[in-house]
Design a protein around this ligand. Structure first.
Ligand code: IPE
Ligand code: IPE
Ligand code: MG
Length: 245
């Protein structure tokens, strides 16, 4: 059985994809946004528990105004277009990130889709928008301090105050576009993730490539610091417990 439950994707390479075709960068974003539907459908078909997609980082605010506004328009279009298939596929949708900077209309669409899909029991789909991993950790710590003044924070507390704790740790992080870096994505959740970098630029990424990456990575030996082949945190804890009894 595959141990890949939560997949996160850094959807990178839109601009370079468009430039190669002598088109403006925003063309790459438009074509890239069309890919999302098939990837979400595949993740749902494969019975993944969670899929987290990096759509816009806190650092992406520094891009030219026209590019930023295109990305916002595409988010709005996605929220309207995907409503039916989110419902049909029993997907629970959430945005992670600081959405307070978005226009009120988009914020309302986000709230509506989150509420409408809240009782769905299938794939936990998260869109990371205006998202930064460092900001998420700081926010979590501050939320904890506010509720528990004077107390030390634990790993469990920190996790509980993340944007979407129920999505859990990331098992597999994929980055398209050929660069091999994290760019401030899910810093807490990737501590034991398998990493996979593909040269495919996001607008060319296909559901079949997602499936083949998952199959490949499922063969890897994830040891979590332990020594046994099917090592897992649970297993390690079990051994420790037996030793102490
Ligand atoms: C990823 O594509 C989408 C966002 C960061 C919003 P890029 O726009 O970063 O495309 P490249 O990496 O410049 O090709
Ligand atoms: C990461 O890509 C953010 C998203 C894909 C949304 P960037 O293109 O912003 O990352 P850098 O600048 O190459 O590190
Ligand atoms: Mg990029």
């Amino acid at each position: 059985m595959s141990s890949i439950n939560h997949v996160a994707i850094i959807m990178d390479g839109n601009g370079r994809w468009a430039n190669e075709k002598f088109r403006p960068r925003v063309w790459g974003h438009i074509r890239g946004s069309n890919v999302v539907t098939s990837i979400v459908a595949k993740a749902s078909d494969l019975n993944l528990k969670a899929l987290t997609l990096y759509a816009f980082s806190t650092e992406n605010w520094s891009r030219p105004e026209t590019e930023v506004s295109t990305l916002f328009k595409l988010l709005k279009k996605f929220l309207l277009k995907e409503r039916a298939s989110i419902k049909k596929n029993n997907i629970q949708f959430k945005i992670i990130g600081e959405i307070s900077g978005l226009n009120p209309e988009t914020q309302k669409l986000i709230e509506e889709l989150e509420e409408d899909s809240a009782s769905n029991t299938g794939l936990k789909l998260s869109f990371a928008f205006s998202y930064g991993g460092r900001a998420e950790i700081i926010r979590s710590v501050n939320q904890f301090i506010e509720k528990n003044p004077g107390q030390n924070i634990t790993e469990k507390n920190l996790e509980a105050n993340l944007y979407r704790p129920e999505a859990g740790d990331v098992d597999l992080l994929i980055r398209t576009g050929g660069d091999q870096r994290i760019s401030n994505f899910l810093l807490w959740q990737i501590s034991y993730s398998e990493l996979f970098f593909t040269n495919t630029k996001w607008p060319d990424f296909k559901a079949s490539e997602l499936e083949s990456i998952i199959n490949k990575v499922s063969q890897r030996d994830r040891r979590f610091g332990s020594l046994d082949n099917d090592g897992s945190l649970d297993n390690t804890k079990k051994l420790l417990k037996e030793k102490n009894e």
